[in-house]
Ligand binder design. Structure first.
Ligand code: AR6
Length: 180
């Protein structure tokens, strides 16, 4: 199936493994420790190699001794990945929706996009932040992600291409059906 796109081709929906994506930056759905984990975080550290963890340790030491708060974003180089950079962000853990989850999810996307813009990157790829281990309902996440990206695209010319990479077709379908 051809990838679906929105906003004159600036937002592209794909299915696959984000660690294989050749873009200027891929986004990691990390946890506050920045020390790696399961899910997409584990896959990125495995494929990217130990240089990424070394850089993350340095960020913890210098900038975030207590960990990266949910909604914030930092970057490292891509190590052995085809992507030049990794933008590490932390999504919210789902606690039922009344604990600021929506704003934190919005911030995770917005701050990652803002960092990509600051770095003058042309392309960025996101996984479905918080919708795995952190339990954020996929339909609700879809609406928030679509809106924050739309608002960003209206005001900024970089990054020019924004990819949403879903790990399986079912998740990609939930996204496109929810926003239509
Ligand atoms: N490529 C693209 N998407 C992937 C890949 C991959 N290689 N692997 C998994 N996904 P999760 P979270 C999808 O749990 O909910 C980690 O342990 C997956 O199917 O990775 O933000 C961290 O260290 C799901 O749709 O992230 C944190 O502790 C999406 O990525 C915690 O999990 C996100 O699932 C963060 O939880």
């Amino acid at each position: 199936m051809a990838p679906e796109s929105f906003f004159n081709g600036r937002l592209i929906i794909e299915t696959g493994d984000i660690t294989k994506k050749k873009v200027d930056a891929i986004v990691n759905a990390a946890n506050s420790s920045l020390m790696g984990g399961g899910g997409v975080d584990g896959a990125i550290h495995r494929a990217g190699g130990p240089a990424i963890l070394a850089e993350c340790k340095n960020i913890r030491k210098k900038t975030y001794p207590d960990g990266l708060p949910a909604g914030e974003a930092v970057y490292t180089k891509g190590g052995n990945l085809p992507a030049r950079y990794i933008i590490h962000t932390v999504g919210p853990v789902w606690h039922g929706g009344a604990k600021g989850e929506k704003e934190l999810l919005r911030n995770a996307y917005f701050n990652s996009l803002s960092l990509a813009k600051e770095l003058k990157l042309m392309s960025i790829a996101f996984p479905a932040i918080s919708t795995g281990v952190y339990g954020y309902p996929k339909e609700e996440a879809a609406g928030i992600v679509y809106k924050v990206i739309h608002d960003f695209i209206k005001k900024n010319s970089l990054p020019e291409k924004i990819y949403l990479i879903f790990f399986n077709k079912g998740d990609a379908d939930i996204f496109t059906e929810t926003i239509q």
